[in-house]
Design a protein around this ligand. Sequence first.
Ligand SMILES: *Cc1c(COP(=O)(O)O)cnc(C)c1O
Length: 363
Amino acid sequence: MLEDGLREDELFRHLSSIKEKDRSYRKVLSSMCSIPHPVAVRAHNIFIESNLGDPGLFMGTASLEAELIERLGSLMSLPEACGYATSGGTESNIQALRIARENAGKKSPNVIIPESAHFSFEKACDILSIEMRQAPSTEKYIVDTERMEDLIDGNTIGMVGVAGTTEYGTVDPIEHLSDIALDRDLFLHVDAAFGGLVLPFIKGSPPFDFRLDGVSSISVDPHKMGMSTIPCGCIMVRNPDFFRSTEVDTPYLTVKKECTLCGTRPGGPVAGALAVLDHLGRKGMIEVVERCMENTRFLIRGMEELGHPVAVQPSVNVASFSCDETPDGWIVSRTRHGHMRTVCMPHITRETLEEFLKDVGEM
Ligand SMILES: *Cc1c(COP(=O)(O)O)cnc(C)c1O
């Protein structure tokens, strides 16, 4: 700790120089986050000091959170879905498994997740002392539902399906998983952290939401394709009673009970997320998603012409390729199978992709 504080101009000169060490998003093809929409930043700043952990004090912000859940609930085909804003997909997935575990009440619980599921489930199972059983994928990089069913036993508390996988942009056969869940009376959590704000805006997307009767809960992250400020995820459940199982008494707050995982929660990103959805509307979101999907298809065509085929045709704007090298100056990532993984987020333009393809061609 400094004995004498820095002058404001010194402090900010220092911070600006540090900020320059961060990558700008321009040549970043690996991120599921993007530059927030300007209306998100503006809305965030208005609610900069609000704490959703104390909703009795911040009643206005709490009403925005309720509106956000209502918007996303409608988008997930259940306007009355119950939910709250989380710090992102990880927290939503932890909470979903926590609800599933409490709901099932098994002594040595296990959960069946697709091999392709996000690594947050590993954290969730570790924290919750749930055995994680991984079902393998088919050659299409979606979960093999038969193998999934084989893993179910008397201690299974639920299953997970992914709508928009982090590595290949595929959608698991959620309709089939929903039938299995109903048949076996199991909790089914759908991880739509990424796809939840993509699939509803594409005609002919496979069904993955509360329209399917077996779906118990869904995670959707506005801080990814929702272009909100970070952090903003959402967990939604079909049955409001599900949240009773994660409630604790909060003796000294303005509300008596809290079902969330975090205590203090930022209101800014929630205002930001709602601002984007209300500013763009359905038409605006369709435009953004169409542009990202068109760019994804453009990249796939371009990579194929260069001899780097896509591993699988994706359902969202994530594409992974057989391409061992990475051109200089670009940030891509690698899947567990070694494919080059790209995400065409809103900050990726056609010109950027042309430049990328040119550099790949010259490797
Ligand atoms: C990004 C992602 C997560 C994790 O979300 P965080 O916001 O990073 O916690 C979980 N599941 C899927 C499918 C994701 O794409």
